[in-house]
Write a protein that binds this ligand. Sequence first.
Ligand SMILES: [Zn+2]
Length: 192
Amino acid sequence: MEEDLRARLEEMSTADLVAVLRSQNVEEWRPEVFPLVEAILSQRGVDVVALKPARAGLEETDYAPVESVASFSTALEANLCRMALEEAQIHAWLSTEYLADVAPHLGLAIGVDVLVRKDVADAAREVLASIKTGAAALPSEGEPCPKCQSEQTERLQATDRGATIGAGRLAGTPLPEHDWRWTCGTCGHEWE
Ligand SMILES: [Zn+2]
């Protein structure tokens, strides 16, 4: 099989082979084609090594597709998740950061996805799974009420309240990262 493949590739012109190697198009070509093309080009005296950096540079500037690894109903939860991923050296974005410019209200309505690059999605899921099993911990929860010391406190997303206050706030800027408040279930005190 490989002999056939090589024979067919050898019939191609050097320019065509260079184009194949440069494209790295795995949908059009089987993966085993590329090393063969490389070998044939070397034989023909083409500086294959010189072709490679151009390819690597291209990949770096290419758009990196992202994938959602977790969904949350609030930006706060999603942010905690993102912080845990960043701690594991995995860069993550919130879907609201993408939506904030065009439709901040929509971002809140549909929940918040945590996005990572596709090539690290599996690693990200492993990190998240280990958090769930307690191997790693999300930043601690719970803050006693500064007024009555009750532990019956809850975090609120300040943006939910902000939405009713003024459209000006929604129109422009992306959501601040620490946009939430605490509320006390015992005395009703609210603080930030
Ligand atoms: Zn209280």
